[in-house]
Design a protein around this ligand. Structure first.
Ligand code: PMP
Length: 426
């Protein structure tokens, strides 16, 4: 009979260690916010496949839409034979994206591809090469997106040389004394020391840094970036691969700042568990690359487009944007109650249901506690809760639970987190 340890041994022998693992658990099946492993043990899933399952494992409406598509056709390559679902999904995202201007959408398969393509489009539209990203940011594992990513180990170590014309600005962090002014000053320093603004094609930012530690970009930062971009003819790209598809309480996180980016990247929860990514942006900008300059064999797979249309319907029918805000409130309250007892939790923060707590030694932000963070995730798995960590310093516990999870399940998960802190700090 299958067991986790035996499968893990086979994994170690057959798969390179570069493909990291959070847990030594092999899934048998999943449903909404619960999974069962190959040994028949039930877990609560607070990871959601890293922000992919806002509508839960196998949402019935998503499964039904994909099954119907499976019975019609599974692949054509959109550039060869088109299908309506790709067009309809583009129309819906164009209407949903912020900005009082005409928009167009391109589909791809992964978040990294969406980011790569947003930069390609921005370069083509501006005739400029430079790109400014942020320290602590994460944009993917391809060469260009690795270059944009602002964390060396494990994403960049040993993989260089990286693309030129990529520069990193400071991301504000109140806990570490980095203000919005500091962040804007760091861009002015790049203009002084590295590249003139007239050669910068785009500034790319995550409205909430995901892998970097659930660091929320203050609305003022996004507004000032918008103004700076307008001043210099630079395009603003919001990387909403992790924040998008309703995770933060609005379909796009950037909506909450009132800022309309020129280009938005999305992936993850967009298709409820199927591989799909998108770039939505200003129609004139999106039309810059020459005919045939964009695309991909699997890009905008009919199965994924069917799933994504179902996901958007589910959001409307089940009022999941409101649910995202309610889930966030419940999780934040729960974590704050734990923090009141355990001073190692130095900060609890979130935007909608993108919620995290940050762990310090002696409550001191200068002393991130990665060891305790890892211990909590391990304790949680032992108590049948799947938790993820993140952060430049590896000291952040993040929650990306399906928005379709019941309050009872959220409370069950929170109670396990409380037990983990009690056990780890006993
Ligand atoms: N951008 C952001 C903000 C992400 O969080 C991620 C994935 N964690 C990516 C890009 C890359 O997406 P993918 O893994 O699908 O290539």
């Amino acid at each position: 009979h299958l067991n986790n340890a035996a499968l893990f041994a086979r994994r170690e022998a057959a798969i390179p260690r570069g493909v990291g693992h959070s847990h030594q658990i092999f899934i048998d099946r999943g449903e909404n916010a619960e999974i069962w492993d190959v040994e028949g043990q039930r877990y609560i899933d607070f990871a959601g496949g890293i922000a992919v399952l806002n509508t839960g494992h196998r949402h019935p409406a998503v499964v039904e839409a994909v099954k119907a598509q499976l019975d019609r056709f599974t692949h054509t390559c959109f550039q060869v034979l088109a299908y309506e679902s790709y067009v309809e999904l583009a129309e819906r995202l164009n209407a949903m994206a912020p900005g009082d201007f005409a928009k167009k959408t391109l589909f791809l398969t992964t978040g990294a591809e969406a980011v790569e393509n947003a930069v390609k489009i921005a370069r083509s539209a501006t005739g400029r090469s430079g790109v400014i990203a942020f320290g602590g940011g994460y944009h993917g594992r391809t060469l260009l997106t690795m270059g944009l990513t602002g964390k060396v180990v494990p994403y960049k170590a040993g993989f260089g040389p990286f693309p030129s014309e990529v520069f990193h600005a400071l991301f504000p962090n109140a806990l570490r004394g980095v203000s919005v002014d500091d962040a804007m000053d760091s861009i002015e320093a790049i203009f002084k020391n590295e590249i003139e603004p007239s050669r910068v094609a785009a500034i790319i930012i995550e409205p909430v840094q995901g892998e970097g530690g659930f660091n929320i970009a203050p609305p003022e930062l996004l507004q000032r970036l918008r103004a700076l971009c307008d001043q210099h003819g630079i395009l603003l790209i919001a990387d909403e691969v992790q924040t998008g598809a309703g995770r933060t309480g609005t379909w796009f996180a950037v909506e909450q700042s009132g800022v309309a980016p020129d280009l938005i990247t999305m992936a993850k929860s967009l298709a409820g568990g199927f591989p799909l990514a998108a770039v939505t942006g200003r129609a004139d900008v999106m039309d810059a690359p020459t005919a045939g300059g964009l695309g991909g064999t699997y890009a905008g797979s009919p199965l994924a487009c069917a799933a994504a249309l179902a996901v958007i319907d589910v959001f409307e029918k089940e009022n999941l944007l409101q649910r995202s805000r309610d889930v966030g409130q419940r999780l934040t309250n729960g974590l704050r109650a734990i923090a009141a007892k355990h001073h190692s939790i130095g900060d609890v923060r979130g935007m909608g249901a993108m919620v995290a707590c940050e762990l310090f030694k002696n409550g001191n932000p200068q002393e991130p506690d990665a060891a305790l963070t890892k211990r909590i995730a391990t304790e949680a798995a032992a108590r049948k809760l799947i938790l993820l960590t993140c952060g430049t310093y590896g000291n952040v516990i993040r929650i990306l639970v399906p928005l379709t999870a019941s309050d009872a399940l959220l409370d069950e998960g929170l109670a396990i987190i409380a037990e983990c802190f009690d056990a780890a700090l006993a």
